[in-house]
Design a protein around this ligand. Sequence first.
Ligand code: ADP
Ligand code: ADP
Ligand code: MG
Length: 471
Amino acid sequence: MIQKLLIANRGEIACRIARSAGEMGIATLAIASQADEDALHVQSCDEVVHLGGHSPAESYLRRDAIISAALERGADAVHPGYGFLSEDPEFAQAVQEAGLIWVGPPAAAIRAMGLKDAAKALMQEAGVPIVPGYHGAAQSLQVLEEAAAQIGYPVLIKAVAGGGGKGMRRVDRPEEFAAHLASAQSEAQSAFGNARVLIEKFIANPRHIEIQVFGDGQKAVHLYERDCSLQRRHQKVIEEAPAPHMPSEVRDAMGRAAVRAAEAIGYASAGTVEFIVDGSAPLHENSFYFMEMNTRLQVEHPVTEEILGIDLVAWQLQVAAGGLLPRAQDEIHAQGHSIEARLYAEDSAQGFLPSIGQLHHLNFGPGLRVETGVAQGGQVTPYYDPMIAKLIATGPDRAGALQRLVRGLKLTEIAGLKTNRDFLIALLQHEDFVAGTFDTGLIARDMQVLTHAPAPTPEDWARAALCAMGL
Ligand code: ADP
Ligand code: ADP
Ligand code: MG
């Protein structure tokens, strides 16, 4: 059993991990940058180690300092959360070599899935369907251009080391290929220090459907799917479980493929196998393709927890301490529907520019599960992701969950910063989303309507004036 856990992260995910650890009677040790000295995640843990600095490089990415802190303070385990060091196999290995428990997959599994080209080759060998394309070593313009022509336009250029939608370009016509390739390569080089790319067929009306998996190093189970097709610039905005209009035989086929993927690399802990699905026709057992595997807990894991009634962080802690899989596949049953919206401090009407500053007032609407890393009076700084909270609503069915989320968002009050709240409400009420017939292009197609900010009414001005007068 783990006695004391160092949480190598910040924000909502550090708070989330501290909650489950606390419930299990595990002591928690936070790490904090100078910018986060009084942050909510620090208050959520029993102890804190101040690393100083502001940027991630000066704080949350200081591998040696974090491991030393764990040893000095008597922690026996490290949970990396997501982002930062969560998919860094060197860090996973160093933690273990220091005699600490790593709450995550084996370093070898992280490595196997770390580069998209190698991961695709591995999955192809394991009999998992992959997106048709080229993932070879040769990288000359001529080879890549020929590959694209053979695959057939439109194609997608992807950085093999990519993440967070970076280093990715869709190309519709051969004459545009060279320019897009150069820009993808230079973005990949500066973001990941690796310019290598692969080429994929751009799937028509793409839907992003991913399978949550969980392993104990021997066996793996799948924990249903999440639909994350509402994306802006390849970044998820709204996620839900289960996926709308998902036939059970397709779920079974995807689940089996995901378990195959996880077992092929001896996976332990929580992971996600992401598939791209051809949404131009009803979902079919042969219309999904492996894209990548994220070897960590995912931002959107709460919707899975909600429909299954399980605590994925508790599972991670149990399995990391040497426990077996808490449930077998036939003991995992979903009930109801759950939807998550990512509330960001950003100005939707101004190209989603991050909005930095103090949250003077913050009151989340009723009926929601709230995962947040800030409180009223707290700061959104320029140093990290400007997410304020993940708001999650669950209901007996999709319509019920949706109604609850829209109501909760409408009754959420935020002052001090611009947020994407109204954009989220518009998105959740979009007729295609309500009908469950949407693809990853929805937001870009209807951006104008979705980001149209209604002018304040005379009542709004009157209320603002009364507030300003302290009435
Ligand atoms: P998901 O949302 O599906 O969990 P994302 O790709 O959006 O996955 O990434 C989750 C978190 O990890 C985000 O906070 C994102 O900023 C961060 N992240 C993703 N890729 C990288 C990367 N290559 N380097 C650092 N952080 C990353
Ligand atoms: P990242 O590491 O940045 O998350 P992914 O390979 O997971 O990169 O792709 C991110 C998103 O890009 C997907 O969720 C999907 O919306 C889109 N995408 C990826 N591959 C394809 C494809 N072959 N066809 C259409 N859309 C794709
Ligand atoms: Mg992805």
